[in-house]
Design a binder for this molecule. Structure first.
Ligand SMILES: Nc1nc2c(ncn2[C@@H]2O[C@H](COP(=O)(O)OP(=O)(O)OP(=O)(O)O)[C@@H](O)[C@H]2O)c(=O)[nH]1
Length: 867
């Protein structure tokens, strides 16, 4: 009973109570009454009773206790109380079990710690033992060395104590090993026992635990052994028995075996990794570096990541994308940055290896011959080509419209195939040869039976001979009544062409293009000649060929007819062609068919050029676009440079260099003269001149002025043109200047002989050089008393100067050489007259001037010895 508040008396159980003031916002507050009620707990005695009641399943006793405590409680309350008692009992049991487990775990940990200590001790003992063994071995070796000198037995005797010392150490391990078993069975088993006892674990777990315990036990005596063994007599004989070097080695072996397999494998892997990683780190590449290179290509050549190369460039302050072209100097810095070595190559090196070497014999397969038709104007070249084309069985079957693409292939009824170059005449043939393309295998020389050998027939023969291409003579127009094939055959003898019928080896067929006579015989002759040549090519390689014709077509771009010479060209191939490059977009045959590929001796129109190639350009398939760009870039640069440095002497100088280097064995010349007699005299003089090392080879000789055909022939063979009292016509002059062909003019045979001799000896010393200054054409001739004949002229080229040297040319032939007498403009003497103006000229001591004659004006310049 208590006085709770304000003197009010209450019959209530005393409670811990009080008041708490709660403060809220805005200054409000509230007093709250707080009471603490005690929770009803089960008495300790009750718990004890409950525990005792467990085991016999004594729910009844619990119930008794509960009842004794509850007195007069309701049934529900009793049941509730009973449940509480049972829960309390359960908790007490759990607590007891947990404690027991805790105790077992603690003991196991203690045991493990003890075992670990024992293991440590054993390992230490082993190390000590190994050290002692090594020392003993050392001692023994020293002893041996000391006594190694005169007496062997002594050595043996002195070695004994050392051996004994070593033995003192080695048996320790043996003794320990031998003691392993009993100990494991006895003491160690004892030690393991508490763990087994204390742990409520399965038998298997117990066994596993006993394992390390037993292993650990073997170490214990070993650790102690070194101190004990020397004193124990029992160990002595065993020690002696094991005292050998092999025992020491065995000891080593044992220590090796002690390493786990996993450790060994790890060590091996580490070693292997080290070996593998070492060379990779040290790979220093030699990077071939052209004048310019793309970042990507540079990265490829260094075998580095493109991104890293870009980063390296950034470090150098060069912001370049992966496809950007950088110069060689920058690229060299980058290469140095990556630790590689740069190998600068000259531009010309890009051409190295572009054209592969000859193919293996076993890869070669027969290919059709490539034939060019040549002959004099109107002798029937075009008619013959048309007639041959009509004989094609394939186009007949297909019924397609044939197109002119510059070359076509004909299949005869016998199945034999022949490829014809569609542009007749030697001009195209030699122009192609001048560009380095050796396309033609056989030349068909067309001679009209009614007309015989004509000037262009001779030119054609010379061109074919210069190119060393065999000929097949086709005597055409035999259908005509006036045809005289025998006359043609005989005339050919004059030009070193001896046909079969005359006992030679040149095949000769009589045909009529118009009447389609004996065309099959001509094909037979071509096949025979082709067999003699044994024409073969490897079709299974990247394609190489030459451009026969090139044109720009609306909607198709640059289109070129390419004759494949070896390999097979496929759609998609990247190629270099002369200065241009491209990727094959399409291949079209002369019948307008789309081709997938083109093999050796097959002509095909190629679409996909990036620029316009020229006839005679080489066509080579390359590995990739980068190479194609590189080669074409180089060729374009070279071509631009050549435009600047081109001189008329270029080709000849190269020729002389080759003669002096011993590479060239002959000096090719083209002789043009004013009369047949002087031409023959020149040929005789020059051909006699040669020595064993080098001789003059006359490619072509004729009467008449120098024309374009002579220039192309000279260009193709790096020949010198000798003009004896003749001149080159303006077109030929322009061509010679453009192509760097040297023309030398002479009027005295001995001068020719002296110059050529000097050329061959490499000692040409022209003391005077002729500088051409201008041409004038005589428009009118005035006869003036006292003065003689004066020519009213127009200056057509260059300039004419007073006092200059002049030559008078009539039909490109020199008829006079001397000095200019007078040079007047409207009755006034002038110093010079320029191109496009009229003037009056007279010659000193010469008056045979005619309208239409040309006056060549030149100066003589003294020059130092050259060549
Ligand atoms: N009677 C006869 N006439 C022929 C024969 N072959 C060609 N002709 C004629 O000779 C002329 C010239 O023939 P082309 O084939 O044009 O001669 P070409 O050599 O190609 O002439 P160019 O193209 O000017 O060099 C034509 O009128 C033909 O009809 C033939 O076998 N017999």
């Amino acid at each position: 009973m208590s006085l709770s508040s304000r003197g009010k008396l209450e019959l209530k159980r005393p409670l811990e109570s009080g008041q708490v003031r709660q403060n809220f916002s805005h200054g409000r507050s509230k007093v709250v009454q707080v009471e603490v009620r005690k929770k009803r707990t089960v008495h300790a005695a009750e718990a004890e009773a409950a525990r005792r009641g467990r085991g016999g399943g004594s729910d009844a006793r619990l119930r008794e206790v509960a009842e004794s405590l509850s007195g007069d409680l309701t049934n529900e309350e009793k049941a509730h109380r009973l449940r509480a008692l049972q829960a309390a009992q359960q908790r007490a049991e759990d607590e007891a079990r947990r404690k027991a487990e805790e105790e077992v775990r603690r003991k196991a940990e203690e045991e493990a710690r003890r075992l670990a200590e024992a293991e440590d001790a054993r390992r230490k003992a082993e190390e000590d033992e190994a050290r002692r063994l090594a020392e003993a071995e050392d001692a023994r070796r020293r002893a041996e060395e000391e006594v190694a000198s005169p007496r062997e037995p002594g050595a043996v005797r002195t070695a004994t104590p050392a051996d004994a010392a070593a033995a003192a150490a080695s048996p320790v391990a043996d003794a320990a090993a031998r003691r392993d078993k009993p100990r494991a069975d006895g003491a160690e088993a004892d030690r393991a026992r508490p763990a087994a006892r204390g742990r409520p674990a399965t038998g298997r777990e117990g066994e596993q635990d006993a394992g390390p315990a037993r292993r650990g036990a073997t170490a214990t005596p070993a650790a102690k052994a070194p101190a004990k063994t020397p004193s124990t007599k029992r160990v002595e004989p065993k020690r002696r028995g094991k005292l050998t070097i092999s025992s020491v080695l065995t000891g080593d072996d044992r220590s090796e075996r002690g390493r786990s397999m996993a450790a060994m494998r790890r060590a091996q892997q580490k070693e292997r990794r080290k070996q593998q990683s070492q060379p990779q780190e040290r790979v220093i590449r030699e990077v071939t570096l052209p004048e310019t290179i793309t970042v990507q290509e540079l990265a490829n050549r260094m075998a580095e990541r493109g991104g890293n190369v870009v980063k390296s460039l950034m470090k150098l302050g060069v912001m370049a994308t992966i496809n950007q072209v950088i110069d060689a100097d920058t690229a060299e810095l980058v290469i140095g940055d990556f630790g590689h070595k740069a190998k600068r190559v000259s531009d010309a090196d890009v051409e190295i290896g572009l054209v592969a070497g000859p193919d293996e014999d076993e890869t070669l397969m027969s290919r059709p011959p490539v034939v060019t038709v040549m002959g004099h104007v109107d002798h029937g070249k075009t008619s013959l080509l048309d007639a041959l084309r009509e004989a094609d069985v394939v186009s007949g079957e297909a019924g397609g419209i044939t197109q002119h693409i510059g070359a076509y292939q004909v299949q005869s009824a016998s199945g034999a195939r022949v490829t014809y170059i569609d542009t007749p005449g030697h001009a195209a043939f030699t122009a192609m040869r001048a560009r380095g393309a050796h396309v033609t295998d056989i030349v068909v020389l067309v001679v009209a039976a009614n007309d015989g050998i004509m000037p262009q027939t001779v030119e054609a023969i010379r061109h074919a001979q210069a190119a060393k291409v065999p000929m097949v003579v086709a005597i055409n127009k035999i259908d005509l009544p006036e045809a005289d094939p025998d006359k043609v055959r005989t005339a050919l003898l004059n030009h070193e062409v001896v046909v079969e019928q005359m006992g030679g080896d040149v095949l000769c067929v009589e045909v009529s293009a118009k009447k389609r006579l004996h065309l099959d015989k001509l094909e037979e002759a071509l096949m025979l000649q082709s067999e003699l040549l044994d024409l073969k090519a490897n079709p299974d390689r990247v394609a190489e060929g030459a451009v026969i014709e090139a044109k720009m077509e609306r909607g198709r771009g640059s289109v070129a007819t390419v004759l494949i010479q070896r390999g097979t060209l496929h759609i998609g191939d990247t190629f270099v062609c002369g200065k241009e490059w491209g990727r094959v977009r399409a291949l079209v045959s002369e019948r307008g068919e789309r081709l997938e590929e083109a093999g050796p001796a097959t002509p095909a129109e190629v679409l996909g050029f990036n620029g316009m190639p020229e006839a005679g350009d080489d066509f080579i398939v390359v590995a990739d676009e980068a190479q194609a760009r590189e080669v074409s870039g180089y060729r374009q640069r070279k071509d631009r440079e050549a435009q600047f440095v081109k001189s008329a002497r270029g080709t000849m100088e190269q020729m002389f260099e080759r003669i002096h280097a011993g590479e060239a064995k002959e000096l090719p010349v083209v002789i043009k003269g004013d009369v047949q007699g002087s031409v023959e005299a020149l040929i005789g003089t020059l051909e006699k001149m040669g020595s064993d090392e080098v001789r003059v080879r006359v490619l072509h000789s004729a009467v008449g002025g120098i024309n374009e055909s002579d220039i192309t022939l000279a260009k193709a063979s790096d020949a010198l043109i000798i003009g004896f009292n003749v001149r080159a016509n303006p077109q030929a002059r322009e061509m010679a200047r453009r192509d760097g062909v040297e023309i030398r003019y002479y009027s005295i045979i001995y001068n020719v002989a002296d110059d050529v001799k000097a050329l061959l000896a490499g000692m040409l010393e022209p003391t005077f050089k002729e500088n051409f200054i201008g041409y004038a054409q005589i428009r009118e001739v005035f006869n003036i008393t006292k003065v003689g004949k004066v020519a009213g002229c127009m200056i057509t080229e260059g300039v004419v100067k007073r006092g200059a040297k002049v030559r008078l040319l009539r039909d490109d032939v020199v008829i006079h050489e001397g000095s200019l007498g007078q040079l007047k403009r409207f009755k006034d003497d002038v110093r010079e007259v320029r191109e496009g103006y009229e003037c009056g000229m007279s010659f000193e001591h010469y008056h045979d001037l005619q309208v239409g004659d040309m006056i060549e004006c030149f100066e003589l310049e003294e020059v130092a010895a050259e060549l």
